[in-house]
Design a protein around this ligand. Structure first.
Ligand code: SF4
Length: 393
């Protein structure tokens, strides 16, 4: 199926994390164009590949090996195609296969399945990557091609909406009691799973009903925050976000306080100020566009950035320099090795490991500050009592 031609609901499942928190956002976003970034187009292509491969696994009679190969050949004509998409969709397929094998009997699959959740969200529908039903279990599996932030399945509203839609469609056919949500995000080795009972899912449905009714009307309070504003189409011009960030950046605590801030305050300021830098850069981008359109942004103007020199004909220039006695190989070209990741991309993960894996060591990365929910183990330079005794011995 061509994923680009899909319709989109006003209250889409993928933006539910935003309109559930900031109910007027969906109507405010309507006045801004919904443009696809190259990263999003790349994700769409990877999803088309994942879909056809999943169909071949689940229903080889319908999507034969020959059909699969010709579909992949067609996808490869896309300028955004990358061979690593095969490796990443392998991980998605492996997850589906292992899940199916781990169940007491073969589940029923629905691939790229349109789910209707309008009884919870006005005009609500969406397309789930994969729904699997076996006995009392309803599982929603989502393939994510992004490699920015790991996405968690825990209380993920997009997937809970798909689960609600699937439950409504199949409740008469299957004795569904348990819900499982899984996210497979292979580019950053993230597999996230979360389970809840049917009662918990339906309680979420009741909460959604109320919020969605407000969101559909464009009512409720604006609720700025890093998570919900990040991809909001109104993010550069939204007044609530602007006012909130100005408040966070420029309103100090009142009263007589000690001259130095505590670690508690440092932690709090960092959390509160997270969106300030992003908001300023969104605002700068917006103001530049306005200035270039010829509109006035008081106090600001667009100018030409620092100019850079480029060859008009590099071959001719090098030829001239060579004739003047400059040796081409030694002085005009720099020989640089590709990075380890670039070499791995060219030869493929498995071949890379087999051929040169023994020459690779993992050096510890530079200490980085992250949120405390991050899955990595915390590190410290503090010497422990155990280490002191070891040294003394
Ligand atoms: S930018 Fe943030 S506060 Fe403004 S509408 Fe969007 S989500 Fe709501």
């Amino acid at each position: 199926m061509n994923h680009k031609k899909r319709k989109h609901a006003l209250l889409s499942a993928s933006s539910a994390h935003r309109w559930l928190l900031c109910t007027p956002s969906a109507r405010l976003e309507e006045q801004f164009p919904d443009t696809d970034s190259e990263t999003a187009q790349e994700g769409t292509l990877a999803h088309e590949l994942a879909e056809i491969r999943a169909r071949n696994y689940v229903n080889p009679g319908d999507i034969s090996k020959r059909k699969l190969n010709s579909a992949i050949k067609k996808l490869k004509e896309n300028a955004l195609w990358q061979d690593e998409m095969m490796v990443h969709t392998d991980a998605y397929l492996d997850y589906i296969k292992n899940t199916a094998i781990g169940l007491p009997s073969m589940p029923s699959f629905r691939i790229e399945h349109e789910v209707d959740f309008h009884s919870y969200v006005p005009e609500g529908f969406g397309t789930a990557d994969l729904i699997l039903i076996q006995g009392e279990l309803l599982q929603v599996i989502d393939f994510k091609y992004g490699k920015g932030v790991p996405v968690s399945a825990e209380e993920n509203p997009q997937m809970m909406l798909y689960a609600l839609g699937a439950y409504e469609a199949y409740r008469m056919l299957y004795p569904i009691k348990q819900i499982k949500l899984s996210i497979v995000q292979p580019r950053i080795d993230n597999i996230s799973e979360w389970e809840c009972s049917l009662q918990e899912l339906l309680a979420f449905g009741n909460y959604v009903k109320e919020r969605a009714a407000l969101a559909f009307e464009g009512k409720g309070d604006f609720c700025p925050g890093e998570k919900q504003c990040r991809f909001c189409r109104a993010k550069s011009q939204c007044r609530a976000r602007a006012e909130e960030n100005v408040r966070l950046a420029f309103s100090p605590d009142k009263g007589k306080l000690p001259p130095l801030i505590t670690n508690e305050e440092a932690g709090r300021y960092l959390l509160q100020g997270e969106d300030v830098a992003k908001w300023l850069s969104d605002l700068e981008e917006y103001a530049l566009k306005e200035c270039l359109k010829g509109n006035e942004v008081p106090g600001w103007k667009a100018v030409e950035g620092r100019a850079s020199r480029v060859w008009t004909d590099m071959d001719k220039a090098f030829e001239t320099l060579e004739k003047a006695g400059i040796a081409e190989e030694a002085m005009l070209w720099e020989k640089k090795p590709l990075t380890l990741a670039q070499v791995e991309k060219i030869v493929g993960k498995k071949n890379f490991q087999d051929a040169v894996g023994e020459y690779v060591v993992k050096k510890p990365g530079k200490p980085t500050l992250v949120h405390e929910e991050d899955k990595r183990e915390a590190i410290t330079n503090k010497v422990t009592a155990e280490e002191v005794f070891k040294e003394e011995d």
